[in-house]
Ligand binder design. Structure first.
Ligand code: SAM
Length: 257
């Protein structure tokens, strides 16, 4: 039997269909699972017979104590929303656990959103870069960059954990881009209550209406499960030009075969 481990399993956007085969295998082996809401509900079929706890119910030291106690009995799993790559609060635990921690990659919200919209987030000739950011973490010192500094033609923005009211957000982005560009608001992707609104910076406020997709009126400061994508790639149409260019210039073997 392998030594017990603490697995940080990339759980995807919320639907267990997006768990990787490795994630599912490792989860099945663990007797204790820390699952942030709503994963304890959406993953219920995978959690049957296990001890399930919500990690955010504990202070850090208490959490480590619990983990160490569970490790006496077998491996422990954390269901990591999306996966660890971006905006994940689990780094401190992973560092504290050292060799006991193992991270399993998963489907990030960005991946699932791109798939749902059927759009690649960079597109030659349309989008030169894609920037992942959150207004919550840009900083508020005068020298810190502002959202508007990233809103540039040819840049796709992936805005996580937005806390700016939509009318202000759209106005700020419109100023940055200087033109009207497509925007998609992706709420509770792959979860019950999923809503996706696609529009442009000029009409998105009207399209969304009274819906509080960012939980700005909620009692808790917890970020809403809403991802915002902005950029020309969302509305672009791709023909075969770049395919043939790559065929001629990139994919061909150097000897011409
Ligand atoms: C703390 S971050 C976690 C990101 C996660 N590590 C990932 O890889 O996608 C939480 C933010 O991710 C986005 N998010 C997570 N799950 C989502 C979902 N199911 N639908 C839409 N956005 C989601 C939202 O922007 C939310 O505020």
């Amino acid at each position: 039997m392998n030594a017990s481990k603490v697995y940080f399993i990339g759980a995807g956007p919320g639907d267990p269909e997006f768990l990787t085969l490795k994630g599912a295998r490792v989860l099945a082996e663990c007797r204790a699972v820390f699952a942030p809401t709503p994963y304890e509900q959406t993953f219920a079929a995978h959690l049957d017979g296990k001890t399930v706890l919500v990690p955010f119910d504990f202070y850090f030291a208490e959490l480590l104590e619990r983990i160490r106690a569970f490790l006496q009995e077998g491996s422990v799993a954390f269901l990591v929303p999306g996966d660890l790559t971006f905006y994940s609060p689990f780094q401190g635990l992973i560092d504290a656990l050292g060799d006991l921690a193992e991270v399993i990659p998963g489907v990030g919200t960005a991946n699932a959103a791109s798939a749902r919209l059927k759009r690649t987030l960079d597109l030659p000739g349309v989008c030169k870069s894609a920037v992942i950011l959150s207004p919550r973490t840009l900083g508020d010192r005068p020298e810190d960059p502002k959202l508007i500094d990233f809103a540039r033609p040819g840049t796709t923005l992936l805005i996580y954990m937005n806390n700016i009211p939509l009318p202000e957000l759209a106005t700020e982005l419109r100023k940055g881009y200087g033109v009207n560009v497509p925007i998609a608001i992706i709420h509770r992707l792959c979860l019950p209550g999923e809503e996706i609104v696609q529009g442009t910076l000029d009409d998105i406020v009207a399209q969304v209406g009274e819906r509080d997709f960012f939980n700005l009126q909620a009692k808790t400061k917890r970020p809403a499960l809403t991802l915002v994508l902005v950029g020309e790639t969302l509305g672009a149409r791709e023909d075969g030009t770049w395919w043939d260019y790559r065929r001629d210039n990139i994919w061909r073997y150097r000897d011409g075969e």
